[in-house]
Design a protein around this ligand. Structure first.
Ligand code: CA
Length: 339
């Protein structure tokens, strides 16, 4: 007879449907919600992503004039709301309308729409939700967490949240320290420990390290890595080296690179060429969550969305994907990922 603990261990490790259940499947991270189908960062977009089986729902976080964290991708409001029509005299000299110049009450009065060019009103992605239809609003971070925790309560299904601290240096230049404010809201809703189902992400490597070392958070951190610029200096060049990844491992639990930091070019036959980034990250036990996977914006080396996901999940073996299409990524991960 096997000792019961060993027998249980063997059962736990046994392959199920050809998969080793001891190795977690890659995470389906709903990028701004199910943003392919509904205006990004609205609660309906989060509800749809939840219903589609996403493992994590993403929040981008900026501050209002009264220092309330809200869920909005840009520091400006004009690509996704009717702010220019409602408050025409409130633009800065650059013609843009900044969330930080509006109180929460004013932001609550805005209608959110699918992302469009503020100059022309033309949709950025014409095949997505029609611009200006129906009625949507910007949630605060607290409202969004209550919404997600409410869904977890009513359905019994658990998901993670994945907040990004946006432009911390810009906020500080404007007199606002965004990171402690975000951490406080997260703590109020029970997110304080390394084992909590959350990743906190930031592009600014000084700020991400500060979250750990100065602000003392125990939450899992993801160092975001921007795509290489089309021209000029690459501000994140030092992060995508073996030494850079080693430094990230001092304070973070993973990296969130643009996916063209992993597939960096194509060879003479048009085949993708991989960097060593995933290998270096895994050597340091860092999770790798590249962004952004979109069935309606494919790179030249992928004929279709499944092929693109196959390349990253089964060849590069990343640990999760930021996707605008959580339904299609969920299905691919469940059916086709070999782990
Ligand atoms: Ca983001």
């Amino acid at each position: 007879m096997l000792p019961i603990a060993l027998a249980l261990a063997i059962i736990t490790m046994a392959p199920v449907d050809g998969k080793d259940s001891a190795v977690p499947l890659p995470a389906v991270i709903a990028h701004r919600g199910a943003s392919a189908y509904l205006p990004e960062h609205t609660l309906p977009a989060k509800a749809l992503a939840f219903g589609m089986g996403a493992d994590y729902l993403e929040q981008d976080v900026v501050l209002t004039k009264d220092s309330v964290p809200i869920v909005l991708h840009d520091i400006q409001l004009d690509e996704v709301t009717d702010v220019a029509a409602r408050f025409p005299d409130r633009a800065r000299d650059d013609g843009r309308f900044y969330a930080l110049d509006f109180s929460l009450d004013e932001i609550r009065a805005l209608q959110v729409h699918e992302r469009s060019d503020p100059a022309t009103g033309m949709a950025r992605s014409p095949s997505r939700f029609p611009v200006g239809k129906s009625r949507f609003a910007i949630p605060t971070l607290a409202e969004e967490i209550e919404f997600i925790q409410g869904l977890m309560h009513s359905t019994g299904r658990q998901v993670g949240i994945y907040p990004e601290i946006k432009s911390p240096r810009w906020h500080r230049d404007q007199g606002c320290d965004i990171s402690p404010i975000v951490l406080k809201v997260l703590a109020e809703y029970g997110y304080t420990e390394s084992g909590d189902r959350i990743f906190v992400q930031c592009f600014d490597q000084v700020e991400t390290r500060r979250l750990r070392e100065e602000l003392g958070t125990r939450l899992p951190l993801i160092q975001l890595i921007a795509a290489p610029p089309k021209s000029g200096d690459d501000p994140h060049a030092t992060l995508v080296t073996e030494a850079g990844v080693t430094r990230i491992a001092e304070y973070a639990q993973g990296i969130g690179p643009a996916y063209n930091r992993i597939v960096v070019s194509v060879d003479v036959n048009g085949e993708p060429v991989f960097s060593q980034l995933v290998e270096w990250a895994h050597r340091h036990d860092l999770a790798v969550h590249p962004y952004t996977f979109r069935a309606d914006v494919l790179p030249a080396y992928s004929a279709d969305f499944d092929g693109l996901m196959d390349l990253f999940l089964n060849c590069a073996r990343v640990d999760g994907l930021f996707t605008d299409f959580p339904d299609r990524t969920r299905e691919f991960v469940d059916r086709h990922v070999r782990r």
